[in-house]
Design a protein around this ligand. Structure first.
Ligand SMILES: C[S@@+](CC[C@H](N)C(=O)[O-])C[C@H]1O[C@@H](n2cnc3c(N)ncnc32)[C@H](O)[C@@H]1O
Length: 256
């Protein structure tokens, strides 16, 4: 049964904040390269989780506002920012689908590996676009679904049984359509491999032993198309698989 993100992330906050998968991966360095935060920028990180994207931007921009729907995640992100000596980040509770900020506030709005938890990702993208200044950038990174709907459904069901707050992955085409509908002009689109270790993937979401064993069996016996999309590899007891990510960047039209 679907569980709200509040329940799932409140009990796993520290695990996400300390996860190497979230702290350092190619997609995060690519995000910085593409959006190139400037020293005078005021940026917003939506669904900041352990704060890795917010921290990365804070190293370059003047100020970062980091928001999340789970107070425990904000506390974990705040601890991490403190450990890194970063003092230009503010943390605030906010639902991605209803941001409390005025229109046209930020030079950059980011949201990384979170929209698959949102009930209405289109609404979240419209909110990101709304709070962008004219000419500013909105950037999303998230896992992507294969174009074949049946395979996408199979992957979504498997992931939702690992993390009950999972809603759905979108296809790259789906993401482009949401950006376009929010009035964001396509500025960049790239995809990345995110290699995951099965056991660590289970531990991060605090999956019990019995469920983990069932998910292991289901992955190994999933459809050939699902195994192919996830590039599942087995070496002894170790299962590794790829969770493809996309980086989508859009620009809000400049004023006038
Ligand atoms: C995997 S973590 C995000 C990782 C993080 N952005 C990073 O770069 O490391 C997903 C986060 O989405 C948050 N979340 C889920 N639904 C949300 C919503 N509707 N509004 C705001 N945050 C939400 C969860 O609380 C969780 O902290």
């Amino acid at each position: 049964m679907r569980q709200p993100a509040e329940t799932q992330f409140a009990r796993n906050a520290e695990r996400y904040a300390r996860s190497p998968v979230f702290a350092q991966s190619d997609d995060l360095s690519a995000l910085l390269r593409v959006v190139d935060p400037q020293p005078h920028w005021q940026t917003l990180d939506v669904a900041t989780g352990g704060g890795h994207t917010a921290l990365a931007c804070a190293g370059r921009a003047r100020h970062v506002t980091a928001t999340d729907i789970v107070p425990q995640m904000l506390a974990a992100a705040r601890r991490l920012a403190c450990e890194h000596g970063l003092t230009n980040i503010d943390f605030a509770l906010a639902d991605a689908e209803s941001l409390p900020h005025p229109d046209a506030t930020f030079d950059l709005v980011t949201c990384r590996i979170a929209p698959h938890h949102f009930d209405d990702p289109g609404r979240a993208v419209r909110e990101m676009a709304r709070v962008c200044k004219p000419g500013a950038l909105a950037a999303v990174i998230d896992g992507i679904a294969p174009p074949d709907r049946a395979v996408a459904d199979e992957i979504n069901r498997w992931e939702a049984d690992r993390d009950p707050s999972h809603v759905a992955l979108l296809t790259v085409t789906g993401w482009s359509a949401l950006f376009c509908a929010a009035g964001l002009d396509a500025a960049h689109l790239s995809t990345f491999d995110l290699w995951l270790d099965f056991d660590e993937h289970m531990r991060r979401a605090d999956v019990d032993t019995e469920t983990a064993a069932a998910l292991r069996r289901r992955l190994l016996h999933s459809s050939p198309a699902m195994r192919d999309w996830l590039k599942v590899t087995v070496e002894g007891d170790t299962i590794t698989f790829n969770w493809p990510l996309a980086l989508i960047v859009g620009r809000k039209a400049a004023a006038g």
